[in-house]
Design a protein around this ligand. Structure first.
Ligand SMILES: Cc1ncc(COP(=O)(O)O)c(C=O)c1O
Length: 486
């Protein structure tokens, strides 16, 4: 397609034609490989298994049961159609009061009812994606920056930067302390920005972390608060995985930290929330900015006109989240099922000699394949990833797509498939390791550093040249990018 008109003037805007969507990353290439050859237990048993999607599909039976028992919650049923007219006409960007009340209550419940959320501070947006962009538009001008600890969710580059023209600056974290964010790393990143004459407007934390599957402890959160207070910059806390914590220690929200210490300037704190992960509803596009700053709430509310949650969804969600008994059961069951899946998967990997970062949250594992790399380089990571996707046929995401500073880590999503597919995926990994590495000692609990992949360069080359690998530029009939991405 030509982007230039006959008189050489660009037909489209700079934004429309720049690379800010970050579509050309391995993270998205993996999805394309899956779309081209999707696994099906009977129709395509040797296809690619999708393990690059942070979806929570383990509790849909509970939601479906609730929907059947509560037909009045939908305006598309005999029992609910009376409300059709009101809901179809509703367009107030404050949102339905029942929706905001229910979301505020749910946010408190997910955080163990240790903090209360004010429904009047809830601003709607199209998923957390829209919420991140909205808060960036409220806080930053083009060229301004946010510090963000690595590794971080691949979509942030697009969500916070593409249309706003803000930028993200990495706070480099290391495996030596389980990727914990330290004050030293924060100070270093800040100093570097100052030296480069970049205006830092805030710090972006994700708690629980995608891709690590870990939570931030109290000390780290307090350290982050004192850092942003000292520098007088904002703290955006993405807590969209809050209810995916399936094991101790408990999740601690930034809301709790600022309740505990009134000295902190809460005007600088903004929480991003969504129902995409905790409830497993990314398709509903329920996103929230919860800001403690009145001016941000006011401005965000006006901006929310560009990405409201449809009133039909608000209506359904208000009813579902207000059902205390259902929510109690859902949260308990969800944590239990996530814990079981996590244990099954980590045990299976351990038997194959593969270790993961010790996590207690999220819909994924952070798998350590450093021992399988030919060299400790991003190129070697990409070569291994190509083998995993094209040979082992698993779409896992390489750490470099999350800006991880150490090659060899991979994110493996575990909650978007059923038990049978999980078994097939684990079997493929086991076979791959046994075929290519040393036979793992099944009793060995820790990572075997000598488990080196004996792939010859010739074989790597073959895989890399394989026609299965789609160019990131290939037009594909149904791009995963038309769907929302996780
Ligand atoms: C940390 C994080 N923030 C934001 C998003 C976007 O979520 P949503 O589907 O609500 O837009 C994701 C999606 O994976 C995520 O992992």
């Amino acid at each position: 397609m030509s982007y230039v008109s006959s008189n050489r003037k660009p037909l489209l805007s700079r934004k429309a034609t720049n690379d800010g969507h970050a579509e050309k990353s391995p993270y998205f290439d993996g999805w394309k490989a899956y779309d081209k050859d999707p696994f099906h237990p009977t129709q395509n048993p040797s296809g690619v298994i999708q393990m690059g999607l942070a979806e929570h599909q383990l509790c849909f039976d509970l939601v479906q049961e609730w929907l059947v028992s509560n037909p009045e919650a939908s305006i598309c049923t005999k029992k609910g159609v009376d409300k059709f007219r009101d809901i179809a006409l509703f367009q107030d960007y404050h949102g339905l009061p029942a929706f905001r009340n229910a979301v505020a209550k749910f946010m408190g419940r997910v955080r163990g009812d240790k903090v209360k959320f004010d429904p009047d501070r809830i601003v709607m947006s199209g998923g957390a994606t829209g919420a991140h962009e909205m808060i960036t538009f409220c806080l930053a001008d083009p060229g301004d920056a946010f510090l963000v600890p690595t590794p971080y969710y691949a979509g942030f580059d697009r969500d916070l930067c593409w249309r706003t023209e803000a930028r993200l600056l990495p706070v480099v974290c290391h495996s030596s302390n389980n990727f914990k964010v330290t004050r030293k790393a924060l100070e270093e990143a800040y100093a570097k920005a100052v030296e480069a004459n970049i205006s830092v407007k805030g710090l972006l934390l994700t708690n629980p972390s995608n891709p690590l599957g870990t939570i931030l402890d109290r000390d780290t959160l307090r350290e982050a608060m004192s850092f942003i207070n000292e520098k007088n910059i904002h703290l955006i806390c993405d807590e969209i995985y809050a209810a995916t914590v399936f094991r101790q220690p408990d999740f601690i929200s930034i809301a709790e930290i600022i309740e505990e210490d009134q000295e902190y300037n809460r005007n600088l704190v903004h929480i991003i929330y969504s129902l995409s992960k905790d409830m497993g509803f990314p398709g509903f596009r329920v996103g929230i900015v919860y800001s403690y700053n009145d001016a941000v709430v006011e401005c965000g509310r006006k901006m929310s006109s560009f990405g409201l949650v449809s009133s039909q969804t608000q209506y359904l969600i208000a009813s579902m989240l207000s059902d205390d008994q259902f929510i109690g059961k859902f949260l308990l069951e969800s944590a239990g099922r996530l814990a079981t899946r996590h244990t099954d998967f980590t045990d299976g990997l351990r038997q194959a000699g593969i270790k993961c970062l010790n996590g207690n949250a999220g819909l994924f594992l952070w798998m350590d394949l450093r021992g399988l790399l030919m060299d400790s380089t991003v190129e070697a990571e990409m070569a291994l990833w190509q083998v995993i996707i094209n040979d082992v046929k698993l779409n896992v995401s390489p750490g470099s797509s999350f800006h991880c500073s150490e090659p060899g880590w991979f994110r493996v999503c575990i909650a978007n498939m059923n038990e049978e597919t999980t078994k097939v995926a684990l079997e493929r990994i086991r076979e791959f390791v046994l075929r290519n590495g040393n036979k793992p000692n099944r009793k060995e609990k820790c990572w075997q550093s000598d488990l080196r992949l004996r792939l010859s360069f010739r074989r790597m080359d073959e895989v890399l040249r394989s026609p299965c690998i789609m160019s990131p530029h290939s037009p594909i009939p149904q791009s995963p990018l038309v769907r929302t991405r996780t």
